[in-house]
Design a protein around this ligand. Sequence first.
Ligand code: SF4
Ligand code: SF4
Length: 160
Amino acid sequence: MTKIGIITCENGSILCAGLNCYRALSQLSGTFARYVDGIEIVGFTTCGGCPGHLAKKKAESMIKYGAAEKIHLGCCIMFRSHPHPDKFSLEELVTYCAQQHTKRTRLNPDSLAIETAKAIKDGRYPHVCFFKEKIKRDIEMLGVEVIEGTHARNAVDIKE
Ligand code: SF4
Ligand code: SF4
């Protein structure tokens, strides 16, 4: 039985209840397939929001009080599920971003959608959290293994 903690993206958590993570945990699938002797979950939380400074504190708490042996970073830290820039025009990306931002923010959603679409199109908006490497390094400094991902990659793009 391995004790694990899971840290996910605060931004993603606005709309995600973690269903795919919990499904993978109960089925021992995705990155949890390695735990053939079973898993005890000691914590499931978010990074606390950009730039993820609270991830280390939360991991520390899972290690100190829950004896976590491994920390998994959710797929929402590893992969963003926005459209691939080569397969969609800028106009299509603007439409997509406008739909997403209408759901997530009331802060000037039109101009935010245009700027985000431009960033996706020219590669400035990567398919990974900008702060992923720092989050990972910070947690590794606590002396635990950090595993990238949770559920199967193809589950990221379905409704969670
Ligand atoms: S990894 Fe997937 S299911 Fe888990 S919290 Fe993130 S988006 Fe939700
Ligand atoms: S730091 Fe990364 S994982 Fe955390 S909320 Fe921001 S984008 Fe999501």
